[in-house]
Write a new protein. Sequence first.
Length: 147
Amino acid sequence: MPVHETVRWSGFCIMRTGGRHGHGEIGEKMGPVAGYVLQADDEPCLYIAGDTVWCPEVGAALTAYQPEYILLFGGEACFNEGRPITMGSRDIYEVATRARLAKLAVVHMEAFNHCLLRRDELQAFLQEWGLLKQVCIPKDGAFFFDI
């Protein structure tokens, strides 16, 4: 069943959120972004941002849902020209500092040859800003949220 806005079922709710899969003309050509917020009765809220960069839509989702857990697609994927189409270090910083109480996991790292941001680079950046306790960079195939 496609989720266009919100689906509720037996104490479980899925809300669709927006985003931007890049900046400027490339972002427009990439088309719509689907992020999702998952909420169940008496359970923590999970926000899966989807293929997006930091943008007002991501900020609005953080404000509206105040998730306890956030899954970000990082890697700072780029084409041969233009700005990144997925989150880079600064984007992840923006999410982490606006959702201070949330635990974040950054996936999609080193997943494709167009992902320019490596795990060790992101880890060094997060260390510099004191965000390593809040932001997890799991290895491929690892479990990352201790719920």
